[in-house]
Design a protein around this ligand. Structure first.
Ligand SMILES: *[C@@H]1O[C@H](CO)[C@@H](O)[C@H](O)[C@H]1NC(C)=O
Ligand SMILES: *[C@@H]1O[C@H](CO)[C@@H](O)[C@H](O)[C@H]1NC(C)=O
Ligand SMILES: *[C@@H]1O[C@H](CO)[C@@H](O)[C@H](O)[C@H]1NC(C)=O
Ligand SMILES: *[C@@H]1O[C@H](CO)[C@@H](O)[C@H](O)[C@H]1NC(C)=O
Ligand SMILES: *[C@@H]1O[C@H](CO)[C@@H](O)[C@H](O)[C@H]1NC(C)=O
Ligand SMILES: *[C@@H]1O[C@H](CO)[C@@H](O)[C@H](O)[C@H]1NC(C)=O
Ligand SMILES: *[C@@H]1O[C@H](CO)[C@@H](O)[C@H](O)[C@H]1NC(C)=O
Ligand SMILES: *[C@@H]1O[C@H](CO)[C@@H](O)[C@H](O)[C@H]1NC(C)=O
Length: 444
């Protein structure tokens, strides 16, 4: 697995800048595989990147127009009028966290922030308070009852796996799964909760569509290129999910890498390939088509009857520098919702997802397939304090590591993604038919 060569934008409000850094790439490539055998799916190259002027959405549009645009779409997506659990604030929760790195073995090394010396602990002591209702804290027994005899798959990159590991840890108060993977590959794990006959799996598919690593003719000759076949299914997951009751699909940070884009087996353009005869396309071009194809795959699976959750884009939080120039995420408190807003590529990705989701939902509905929006972006945006930063690895390791402001410490903010997921499953299941969104004391 190779590292990417793209830089990040400067901190918010600074002018985005794009540079290809060959030397850094070579250094990183040379060092990382030795020290990080698991790095194969640890995308420090999961870089956020700036769009030049290539955005589908005006970069200068104001946050308020962003908000109203989102609201319009959300309204269109929600058939019923109910509390939007995804808009709210983080409020202190002294009772958190609900597991630790000693009670849960499923925390990936690079996200085990306390182990690697993160000094502050407040980042584990917040809960999400939707405007106008409450979001119950995750109830593992209730979750396992709802999914009894069922199966759930996470499809995406290492952030998707991050959420699965959070789920395993949240459930660990009640039960642990056994490993029933069909291959010895961290990227395709399958777990079984025997008591509940519940299957949990993850499928590695950072671009959601067919992709090939590495074109040695890339501009940096480092094999950094991905060839992305935007209209072809990634059979690593599309041929495996037919029996799943629930799938949670997500993608994002890998689209910042340089890549050649194919449609109909022809090159249609690229990202940063620096080839005269290939058009550099806006970053959302590939992103949009990848989601369109992924959803098309789902809708075309004859025997699939499951519910598809789109876990929306999770912004990273590099500040005061590019990802490879000391950019870091050192905050120790969440933002309030009036202190930040979704901008630039984050916004573009998010809106692209909503739009493609809406199209897919309409098509799916025709054959009775359900699509649900696990709309975590806003809550996640407000948690710059939840990343490993430099506590995702040993301090004294003699390697150049960049701060990780992409993944999430466990325990940490993304435990709330599973609070959301449970809340949505309850609605599906008609489990608590009335009053789904009010606090149910029994579930505490
Ligand atoms: C980005 O835009 C600037 C000016 O707006 C231009 O000089 C530069 O070449 C562009 N970069 C890319 C990669 O398109
Ligand atoms: C970038 O902006 C220039 C000038 O504003 C415009 O001519 C060009 O088409 C834009 N490129 C893209 C990819 O939007
Ligand atoms: C858990 O975190 C503590 C610090 O709070 C650390 O000392 C310990 O090594 C960690 N244990 C594991 C198993 O990760
Ligand atoms: C377990 O669940 C699967 C469906 O996921 C079902 O086919 C199977 O019969 C169940 N097994 C038991 C022992 O209940
Ligand atoms: C671009 O040019 C190179 C070298 O001239 C050629 O090998 C390649 O096939 C061309 N690519 C496209 C998409 O035309
Ligand atoms: C955000 O809202 C809080 C509480 O409503 C208020 O105290 C604070 O001043 C506001 N901050 C900004 C930057 O507007
Ligand atoms: C750490 O890196 C430096 C510079 O590359 C090297 O001289 C030194 O021997 C390394 N130390 C260890 C313990 O590997
Ligand atoms: C939910 O439960 C109610 C009352 O038990 C029932 O009438 C309704 O059909 C159920 N809806 C779904 C979607 O299962």
């Amino acid at each position: 697995m190779k590292l990417d060569s793209m830089e990040l934008p400067l901190a918010k409000n600074n002018t985005p800048k794009i540079v290809v850094q060959i030397t850094l790439t070579l250094i990183v490539l040379a060092i990382i595989p030795l020290s990080y055998p698991l790095l194969g799916n640890y995308p420090l190259f999961l870089l956020k990147n700036s769009c030049n002027n290539s955005s589908d959405y005006s970069q200068s549009s104001s946050p308020s127009s962003h908000d109203s645009r989102r609201e319009d779409l959300i309204r269109a997506l929600q058939s019923e009028k109910r509390c939007d659990i995804f808009s709210g604030e983080w409020v202190p929760n002294p009772e958190g966290p609900y597991y630790t790195n000693t009670t849960c073995w499923a925390i990936y090394e690079h996200q085990n922030c306390l182990k690697f010396g993160r000094p502050d602990t407040d980042f584990m002591k917040w809960r999400w308070k939707p405007d106008g209702c409450d979001l119950p804290i995750f109830n593992p027994a209730q979750f396992l009852e709802i999914v009894r005899g069922k199966s759930l798959a996470f499809i995406g990159d290492s952030v998707a796996r991050n959420q699965m590991q959070s789920l395993i840890c949240l459930l660990s108060r009640v039960d642990y799964p056994v490993d029933v993977s069909y291959m010895p590959d961290e990227r395709f794990k399958r777990w079984k909760y025997k008591t509940y006959n519940f299957t949990l799996a993850n499928y590695w598919s950072p671009h959601l569509v067919k992709a090939k690593e590495a074109d040695s003719n890339g501009p940096t000759h480092t094999g950094l290129f991905n060839d992305l076949y935007l209209d072809e299914f990634d059979e690593e997951w599309t041929t495996h999910i037919e029996d799943f009751d629930y799938i949670v699909i997500s993608a994002g940070h890998w689209f910042f890498r340089p890549m050649i884009l194919y449609e109909n087996n022809q090159v249609v353009g690229c990202r940063y390939c620096l080839k005269d005869n290939v058009t550099d396309l806006p970053i959302s071009y590939g992103y949009r088509r990848a989601f369109r194809t992924a959803f098309k795959a789902i809708n075309s699976l004859e025997n699939f009857k499951g519910i598809t959750f789109l876990r929306t884009y999770a912004p990273s939080h590099f500040e005061n520098g590019l990802w490879n120039q000391g950019g870091d995420c050192v905050r120790t408190k969440p933002f309030r919702s009036n202190e930040t807003s979704l901008e630039g590529t984050d916004f573009e990705f998010y809106m692209t997802q909503l739009e493609e989701f809406k199209i897919a939902e309409k098509q799916g509905n025709k054959r009775g397939l359900k699509f649900r929006l696990l709309d975590t972006t806003q809550a996640t945006l407000l948690r710059p304090d939840g990343h490993p930063s430099r506590y995702g690895h040993l301090k004294n390791e003699n390697v150049t590591m960049h701060n990780d402001c992409v993944h999430w410490c466990l325990p940490g903010p993304i435990d709330t993604w599973n609070d959301f997921l449970l809340e949505m499953l309850k609605m599906e299941d008609n489990y608590t038919h009335s009053n789904t969104l009010s606090v149910d004391n029994k579930t505490r």
